[in-house]
Design a binder for this molecule. Sequence first.
Ligand SMILES: Cc1cc2nc3c(=O)[nH]c(=O)nc-3n(C[C@H](O)[C@H](O)[C@H](O)COP(=O)(O)OP(=O)(O)OC[C@H]3O[C@@H](n4cnc5c(N)ncnc54)[C@H](O)[C@@H]3O)c2cc1C
Length: 374
Amino acid sequence: MSRGRVVIVGGGVIGTMHAREGRRRDFEVVQLEADEGPRRASVRNFGLVWVSGRAVGAELAAGLRARELWEEVAAEAPGIGFRADGSITVATDEAELAVMKEVAARRDAAERQFELLDAAGVAAANPAVRGEVVGGLLCRRDGVVEPGSVLPAVRERLVGGGGYRWMAGRRAVAVGTGAVVDHRGERHEGDVVVVCPGAAHVGLGGAVGAALAGAPLRRCRLQMMQTTPATQRLVTSVADGDSMRYYPAFDVPARHGLAAPAEETAAFGMQLLLVQRRGGELTIGDTHVYDEPFDFAVEEFLYERLRARAEAVLGWRIPPVARRWAGVYSAATDDRVCFREEVEPGVVVVTGAAGRGMTLSPAMAEQTWEELCR
Ligand SMILES: Cc1cc2nc3c(=O)[nH]c(=O)nc-3n(C[C@H](O)[C@H](O)[C@H](O)COP(=O)(O)OP(=O)(O)OC[C@H]3O[C@@H](n4cnc5c(N)ncnc54)[C@H](O)[C@@H]3O)c2cc1C
């Protein structure tokens, strides 16, 4: 018997994991998505389930819990393409290796399954990495999913289980306690409403709009590309040493010793992340720009730098690029793992997970529902 009814606004990974968790708790779920199918951050990302970069404390705890939950989701919906592949962050100089040594010596290294590697160790752990590498940090806890497959696979499972209604092409225009009204004027009633709008910080009025307007949130735009299938197989995901500038897990004293990044790439917050898709394609990124309004165009010189960097690390020519795109995510600017607020009775807004939203989404949903059911 249903324990009640929830209306979820937003069909990205955060909304979809909230829908899954609501069904697990025997709530009837209606999920509204403005687009005909989700086309925003949740399908534009790398699909990295990235435990290695998480800050020590609440963020790491959420990352580890989410990693467990991704395995549960994969057991229910194998189509998400979860692989426990791990990752290697490669060092190309001694300063980068020094950061990795400090991180690998920290107490949380065991939970992340970190292992410090020399150059031969990198080649043994991932034979496709044969470039300018002096060592690396293996993180066995990292995983990967297929961003284009996660949402349909989880939804298919929810639809098959009953008690779930997916409504694409329905923009919520009014949200309040007990109900959501969509742009066609249809009213969707629920004991609980969970709003997961991603980077759409404006557009809704009332308490939700006011909360988002005053929230410690900003948006970030990233450039990405994907090659045609590579014949070589990468058995782990790969990051370069620049990634250690951005991920809080690497905030150790040795980080101050990293060489200054090139000015033009620093201005675009560039790092190399490289994931091989199930079909062999390489998803490569990324960059970080916060100043709005965002450019409508993508910068070709950044793609050239990313390609050169990928080839320097791998030591072989990557296949031609088949697709390029940019994506925007919502990021909390305080030290919270995400922005979650009950803005009026029974109406909760959840967003702001930044570049870790794919990773953390199942744990974020679990946490929201624990608070709702308390
Ligand atoms: C390029 C890129 C790479 C990334 N890589 C990774 C990664 O590898 N690993 C990782 O952990 N994270 C990564 N992230 C972050 C991650 O993708 C996001 O944190 C996550 O997808 C956010 O999910 P979401 O559901 O909040 O947002 P979204 O995916 O933006 O979904 C929100 C949805 O809500 C809908 N919506 C908004 N307003 C309304 C309304 N009024 N009515 C109905 N629907 C509405 C939108 O149409 C949208 O579909 C990356 C992000 C980007 C952009």
